[in-house]
Ligand binder design. Structure first.
Ligand SMILES: Cc1cc2nc3c(=O)[nH]c(=O)nc-3n(C[C@H](O)[C@H](O)[C@H](O)COP(=O)(O)OP(=O)(O)OC[C@H]3O[C@@H](n4cnc5c(N)ncnc54)[C@H](O)[C@@H]3O)c2cc1C
Length: 416
């Protein structure tokens, strides 16, 4: 297993078991960037694809550590759900970002595009930032601090459009998450919390990541404290909050053949509200053409999507005791439609996709299945429904509500 790639359920559980005792030292050590990154969990990909649930992590953590000792860790685990919930209520942010990723390369002056290309290839001339870019391309992983510094360097030092930097991360990070990535980049740019930008400082890198400076300090004077000033965002837009879609949180099986559709927003159907489903067949779509042409994902990213999808299908097939197939059609909507029709399904059941690539095909899929007279039923995990409903403002009001749920004795030890 690549240490930055705990993707399958088995690898996820073993990485998590190894990290659990380190939760007690996490708050004090997490900001340091060490080679090998053993002071942080590197669980990003399995949490993002849900081969390991946040609910499982929270439960194990509280079984092993007190809330007080584990609070920082629990907060970080909950950040992703905060961003996810916020994005569910601001889907326009994802749509606008994707639009800009398509539009900017057609409209920006070629000198800016060439600079963006050089910086993301690790040829900016600032050695520590170039080491970070190369680490991302080679391993698909970056420590949180490195993500913050590099995003700030891109936006505030290089004065490049945040949307293209976020796209570079999205194409390479093995834990690339539509909400965490887009919204963290907006936060560094000063768009997410108006008036607040994140500025990279050399003293901060010296303190937390001497590993990046040890071999080569070329160009680091560009990051000297006081040298970097915030690039004031020009494009703060008015964002209206849309209500959270109220998906059912449990499923009652009706008569007629049911198929289970599994996708990369939640690859653990055998735990939670779909565990007792009795599907006749299971499918997941893997559309490598879409990954390449629409998202231009790195080969490593595409390979990781393949791994997690096959792992989930194998587990699901064993759990539900029915056949599970990969739908490889060029168009995932037509592929899933053909699967459902050929299997004679009356209903397709799935976890509700979250704002992002899977959600982007949802409207067409609903329409297509409706034309085939096949019902599509989408379910949300109860714990997601609760957490997302708290994400209406900043993280701290969210955390106040979450911590009331997690802090014993109120925390329920029932299964997720
Ligand atoms: C510019 C930028 C882009 C980012 N893009 C992503 C992304 O695409 N996907 C992603 O999962 N995270 C993203 N993050 C958040 C964070 O950097 C990563 O979650 C974390 O570094 C993953 O490494 P880890 O698993 O070793 O983290 P750990 O410190 O071990 O944390 C454990 C888990 O908690 C969650 N978490 C921790 N910190 C954060 C955070 N700040 N925001 C959201 N969740 C967090 C993640 O699920 C993480 O795996 C981004 C942050 C920045 C500044």
């Amino acid at each position: 297993m690549n240490p930055f790639e705990p993707l399958t359920r088995e690898d996820a559980l073993s990485s998590w078991r190894e990290f659990l005792p380190k939760v007690s030292s996490y708050a004090g050590s997490r900001n340091h960037v060490q080679s090998g990154h053993k002071n942080v969990s590197r669980l990003g990909p399995c949490i993002r694809f849900r081969t390991l649930l946040e609910d499982e992590i929270i439960q194990d953590t509280l079984n092993e550590h007190t809330f007080q000792v584990a609070e920082k860790w629990l907060q970080e685990i909950c950040w992703r759900r905060y961003w996810r919930g916020w994005m569910e209520m601001h889907p326009e942010v994802w749509r606008r970002w994707r639009k800009q990723v398509r539009f900017l390369p057609q409209t920006l002056p070629s000198a800016i595009l060439a600079r963006a290309e050089a910086v993301s290839a690790g040829r900016s001339g600032v050695a520590c930032m170039d080491a970070i870019a190369r680490e991302l391309i080679e391993t698909g992983y970056l420590h949180n601090h490195a993500r913050m510094w590099w995003a700030s360097f891109w936006i505030h030092v290089e004065q490049l459009p945040w949307e293209l930097g976020a796209d570079f991360f999205f194409r390479h990070l093995l834990d690339a998450d539509p909400a965490s990535n887009t919204l963290s980049w907006r936060w560094v740019a000063g768009l997410q919390t108006p008036g607040k930008t994140y500025l990279v400082r050399l003293s901060n890198i010296e303190k937390y990541a001497p590993v990046y400076l040890r071999e080569n300090e070329t160009g680091s004077e560009r990051l000297d404290d006081g040298m970097v000033s915030a690039r004031v965002p020009q494009d703060i837009e008015f964002l209206e909050r849309t209500p959270l879609v109220d998906y059912p949180t449990s499923f009652i099986q009706t008569t007629g053949r049911t198929g289970l559709w599994i996708h990369t927003d939640d690859l653990l159907p055998e735990i939670g509200p779909l565990a007792a489903l009795a599907p006749a067949t299971i499918a997941a779509s893997l559309s490598e053409r879409v990954y390449k042409t629409t998202y231009d994902l790195s080969p490593q990213r595409i390979a990781s999507l393949r791994t997690v999808t096959h792992d989930a299908l194998d587990r699901a097939s064993a759990h539900y005791a029915c056949p599970a197939v990969v739908v490889q059609a060029e168009d995932p909507v037509l592929g899933l439609g053909a699967w459902a029709r050929d299997e004679g399904l009356a209903e397709v059941v799935a976890f509700a996709p979250l704002i992002g690539p899977v959600h982007d095909i949802l409207a067409r899929l609903k329409l297509h299945l409706a034309k085939l007279e096949i019902r599509l039923t989408l379910i949300r995990r109860p714990s997601d429904a609760t957490a997302f409903s708290f994400a209406t403002a900043g993280f701290f009001p969210f955390w106040q509500k979450m911590s009331r749920l997690l802090n014993p004795p109120l925390y329920s030890k029932s299964a997720p």
